[in-house]
Design a protein around this ligand. Structure first.
Ligand code: PEP
Ligand code: MG
Length: 745
């Protein structure tokens, strides 16, 4: 405490840099508690009726103080006496006011100093600690000195800096990760590469040298972010950081920046142009997963700019150790997430982004809710209490006490429910009358492997190989493909992994393999049609899959977009040749089983013709619905009409299941229907016994199946087939889900 004046100056200077009164008072209390090494520091304003209003606190829960009566308690005594009060054990003082249910009881000592202006006490500054020890004279003097400085600031704080009035305003977003969180907002308002200014570069060679230094420093910074979160997330989720690092080393990315520098742009300008160039390629894609990758490019551009400018990350540590933090921002990057202690990170809210953002993937892995694409809230400040409802997709601002307590209840129930679901991990998905269903996961991201296994997946029902392809900057070699296929095949060991050959074209494009404009891409050069034309691509892929599986025997190859026998025959010929080739090269392997996606309606009537040449069928309900309903599954204008439980879709799926059974072909389903409980009841009623879905939904669907009777599913399915709309069908099945206790009544 030697440098009282220095500390004082530091705090006052830091406060002067902040614009928002809320941030100012929060910084004051945080700094004082840090300097004096006290567990709590609180700043009260005394209003005209003598009531002490908590402006900010490090360590106390603000809401508990809303009910503190005027003039009561030790704060009231400081106001009346206009003198400091320094106690080792506050609870034994006759004026001690015991606030029921507050977190204050754990703090023993109390030292409060009045903030006096023109003879009137306008505020009280309080520090408290868990130790029953009086504050030293020097520290008390420091507090008094600070108090006199603070008087001006407190007087200047407009009344809206006080705890905001409850409004319960709720704003909708897209669910990025499920769950409930109650916490304090921390705004991520960092540098945006989109706003990087233009500047002229006179010495391109020197600027290029700076670029390479910057790339190196940014890679190091990303590695640090990874280490910070490393223990909290599965290793394969941490590969998100690796993919950022890979992009930083990517030659097409670096070449483009260098090109812009040589064209006369300084480094920030070149970064902006390059980032936007690559981000726009992804943005233009229709496939939601690939589209979402533009965010990664922008995060990376922002990060580069931050490192270049020497400015620290976006988050000023404006919260106490007890706070649960909700990160809020236009985009919340993985670096932002890494900058908050994992135990305190409670939720994520982004004004942009989709459920496929890497921030959402990380939120899933960390088990916290995330809302994406929430309409921007201009006046939101750091430190506001909000609720993130990751079930209904709502962000609730300024929740009233009653609403908060309701959400706390859901939060606790949720915790118990998760434990129950987790307990189902090794239990079978079996109906109450004994029908067993095999539940698998859809994946493509390495990040999804662990959650799938953790949630009790019995295999991978659909591995979308185009996803690892898009994480590369050019076609991955046979060796590189072996690497990523091996990860999933070995993680699932003896469990089946259904790998689909590259399904690009249409709404899924690879940035390094642009498909020239097509009038009607959904009906164009895509899936098996494309890969059979670029045959070497398919040969390399099949070789890599078989070599990665070796003699494990758990590889199943699925062909996308099959519409005619001819395509299956061509692929079988290719498979024969690849097997012969690998054999002659001395590789040991088991020939994989071969199946097709039933997603083009034309395939349905051909199943009997396909029978002899394939081993299984996998229903792709996403494309099947879009082609049957003639509705683009990604077109927001028809989104309200698109429903996979449309009677036309159900009738065709029923036809597929009956034909498959007649042909003795195993049939499974891997589209989004598998994550929809209503659809699952109907599919089970039709006889589907293998379903693949997102790993997050698996425990939930399993719990539903374990409450269901197959006889009920069959009779509901029969009745559904006679109905004329998706809405009627949902209205038929939902009451049953309530009756069995899966949905709340
Ligand atoms: C489908 O079409 O249902 C499917 C699972 O494939 P994708 O969504 O990858 O097109
Ligand atoms: Mg499909």
């Amino acid at each position: 405490m030697k440098n009282v004046l220095l500390e004082l100056t530091r705090i006052v200077q830091a406060v002067a840099l902040l614009n928002s009164p809320q941030e100012q008072v929060k910084t004051i209390v945080d700094s004082i508690s840090q300097v004096l090494r006290q567990d709590v520091c609180s700043l009260f304003r005394i209003d005209d009726e003598g009531k002490a209003v908590l402006l900010a606190s490090h360590g106390l829960i603000a809401d508990d103080y809303a009910s503190l009566p005027a003039g009561q308690g030790l704060v009231g005594l400081v106001v009346r006496s206009k003198r400091p009060l320094n106690l080792a054990n506050a609870a034994i003082h006759p004026d001690y006011y015991d606030l029921q249910n507050s977190n204050e009881r754990q703090f023993k000592s109390f030292c409060g100093v009045p903030l006096v202006r023109s003879g009137k006490v306008i505020g009280v500054l309080v520090v408290q600690s868990k130790l029953a020890r009086q504050l030293s004279d020097a520290r008390e003097a420091f507090l008094v000195t600070l108090g006199s400085q603070l008087t001006m600031i407190v007087d200047d704080i407009p009344s809206h800096a006080q705890q905001p009035v409850a409004s319960n305003k709720s704003i909708s977003g897209v669910i990025g990760a499920p769950g409930i969180a109650v916490g304090k907002t921390q705004l991520c308002v960092g540098m945006s590469v989109q706003n990087a200014p233009d500047g002229v570069c006179d010495d391109p060679a020197a600027e290029i040298r700076s670029l390479h230094k910057l790339l190196l420093a940014t890679r190091k910074s990303i590695e640090m972010d990874k280490q910070l979160l490393g223990q909290e997330i599965p290793e394969n989720v941490a590969t998100i950081f690796d993919s950022y690092a890979k992009f930083l080393a990517d030659s097409s990315y670096i070449n483009k920046i260098e090109l812009e520098i040589r064209a006369g742009h300084w480094l920030p300008g070149a970064l902006r142009i390059t980032t936007l160039y690559f981000a726009n390629i992804f943005k233009a894609m229709d496939d939601p997963y690939l589209k979402a990758r533009h965010e990664d490019l922008e995060h990376l551009g922002n990060k580069l700019l931050e490192v270049w400018s020497g400015k620290r990350g976006k988050i000023s540590a404006n919260y106490s150790e007890q706070d649960s933090i909700i990160l809020v921002g236009m985009q919340v990057s993985v670096s932002d997430i890494a900058s908050i202690p994992p135990a305190q990170l409670a939720g994520i809210v982004c004004f942009e982004g989709s459920s496929l953002s890497h921030s959402a993937v990380l939120a899933h892995a960390l088990g916290i809710p995330a809302l994406m694409g929430v309409k921007e809230i201009k006046d939101l400040q750091s430190g506001e209490v909000v609720v993130v409802d990751g079930y209904s997709g709502q962000l609730i601002l300024r929740p009233a006490k009653a609403v908060l307590s309701e959400y706390w209840q859901i939060f606790r129930r949720d915790k118990r429910h998760r434990k129950t679901l987790q307990a189902l991990r090794d239990k079978e998905a079996i109906t109450t009358d004994g029908t067993r269903v095999v539940l698998m996961v859809n994946t493509g991201l390495l990040a999804d492997i662990t959650p799938g296994l953790k949630n009790g997946a019995e295999g991978v029902g659909l591995y979308r190989t185009e996803i690892p392809f898009m994480q590369h900057s050019s076609f991955p070699s046979e060796g590189e493909q072996i690497e990523f296929y091996s990860e999933v095949l070995s993680a699932y060991q003896d469990k089946p992994v259904y790998m689909r050959t590259l399904d690009i074209g249409g709404d899924k494009q690879l940035p390094y393999f642009p498909i020239l404009h097509e009038e009607n891409p959904a009906l164009g050069w895509r899936g098996i049609r494309l890969t059979l034309d670029v045959i070497q691509l398919l040969v390399t892929q099949v070789r890599a899959m078989i070599r990665a599986a070796g003699k494990r025997g758990n590889l199943y190859i699925t062909l996308p977009m099959i519409s005619s026998l001819d395509e299956i025959l061509k692929f079988n010929e290719l498979l024969d040749n690849v097997c012969k080739e690998l054999d002659s090269e001395g590789y040991e392997f088991t020939r994989p089983k071969l199946g097709i996606m039933v997603e083009v309606p034309a395939a349905i009537s051909q199943i009997e013709n396909f029978r002899e040449h394939i081993d299984f069928l996998s229903i792709g309900s996403n494309d099947l619905s879009q082609y049957l309903l003639a509705m683009d599954r990604n077109n927001a204008r028809v989104a309200n009409r698109y429903d996979h439980v449309h009677p036309a879709v159900l009738h065709e799926i029923n036809r597929i299941v009956r034909t498959a059974s007649r042909c003795e072909l195993p049939v499974s389903l891997c589209g989004e229907m598998g994550s929809d409980p209503v659809a699952v009841v109907l599919l089970m009623g039709m006889g589907v016994r293998q379903i693949s879905m997102s790993s997050a939904m698996l425990p939930d669907i399993k719990s539903m199946i374990r409450m269901l009777k197959i006889s009920r599913a069959k009779s509901l399915c029969k009745r559904a087939m006679k109905l004329a709309s998706a809405q009627q069908i949902r209205e038929l099945v939902e009451p049953e889900l309530r009756k069995i206790g899966y949905l709340e009544s």
